[in-house]
Ligand binder design. Structure first.
Ligand SMILES: N[C@@H](CCC(=O)N[C@@H](CS)C(=O)NCC(=O)O)C(=O)O
Length: 291
């Protein structure tokens, strides 16, 4: 760049001030806990510590799908981790996920508790544990995992790249928005071309690849993230739109979206989930009415 007013990086970067963007107060250049706080443990083998962001929703949808299939071992307690309040930096959470990001899962049904972090790893762990939503045929399984890992590698360009500069940065920087809008539109086109010939990401089978991709790219189509559907002309990706609506119509998906939700209509917020009946009795509207 030859703009003389442009920022010139120092020889060694130092953490001197917050960046000023949304979430600036929780961003730090160091890992590890900031305070002591044990994680609660409920009555079920699976303990989920999360928040209903797209990464969190992947896992709650998977758990609700497993339960809807009659897999009782997938019963779970879902505890709320408020990342705006820094819960992800509590000592117990850092033990569950050294990367300090939701979602984190601990399975207490194993000889010693098994921790799983990274949403893609959690989906794969649950799919393997319960032999569900992952094709058993090797080549179909490989296709499914290719799309699962595609999502894990691609969504940071959508969230940390496009979403950050379009919706959260303190000012709109044309270069950054152009760069990441271009990439996100390319990703949507990848999905659109694939979904033109496939009902789901892996042919006619709904799998963990759909569960990973839908909460991000479906949310973009439905204008639930970054209010960017118009800007990205999301409606033009017809096959992604058809697939988005088909998955949106699943009851399991609607339940999964409610778990650990802290925003939106109170009747859609089930901030903690400990029992299937909680959807009827413990939503935030009912809790507040009972106060
Ligand atoms: N690659 C991770 C990303 C998880 C992630 O970025 N989680 C965000 C919320 S969507 C978070 O916990 N942010 C808190 C922070 O960065 O301090 C995964 O898929 O699990």
């Amino acid at each position: 760049m030859n703009d003389s007013s442009a920022y010139v990086p120092p020889k060694v970067w130092k953490w001197e001030k917050e960046s000023g963007g949304h979430f600036a107060s929780i961003n730090r250049p160091i890992a590890g806990p900031t305070h002591d706080k044990e994680l609660p443990i409920g009555k079920h083998p699976l303990q989920l510590y999360s928040l209903a962001t797209p990464n969190g929703v992947k896992v709650t949808v998977m758990l609700e799908e497993l339960l809807a299939r009659g897999i009782a071992g997938a019963e779970y307690d879902a505890w709320l981790i408020d990342i705006g309040e820094g819960d992800q930096f509590g000592s117990g959470f850092v033990e569950a996920n050294p990367n300090s990001k939701i979602p984190a899962l601990t399975d207490h049904s194993t000889e010693t508790p098994t921790r799983v972090f990274e949403s893609g790893a959690i989906l794969l762990y649950l799919a393997e544990k319960f032999d569900a939503f992952l094709p058993s045929d090797h080549s179909r399984r490989t296709e499914c995992l290719s799309w699962l890992f595609w999502q894990m590698g691609s969504a940071p360009y959508l969230g940390g790249g496009f979403g950050h500069f379009y919706a959260y940065a303190p000012s709109h920087i044309e270069y950054c928005i152009n760069r990441f809008a271009m990439e996100v539109k390319r990703q949507l086109d990848v999905l659109d071309r694939h979904l033109a010939d496939n009902q789901f990401m892996c042919g006619d089978e709904y799998t963990i690849a759909d569960m990973a991709i839908w909460p991000w790219y479906g949310a973009l189509i439905l204008n639930r993230v970054y209010e960017a559907a118009e800007f990205l002309d999301a409606g033009s990706y017809k096959h992604v739109g058809r697939w988005t609506q088909e998955i949106e119509g699943r009851d399991t998906v609607q339940r999964g979206r409610m778990v650990n939700k802290m925003r939106g209509p109170l009747e859609e917020q089930l901030r903690e989930r400990h029992d299937a009946g909680d959807f009827d009795t413990m939503t935030q509207d009912k809790l507040e009415a009972a106060e």
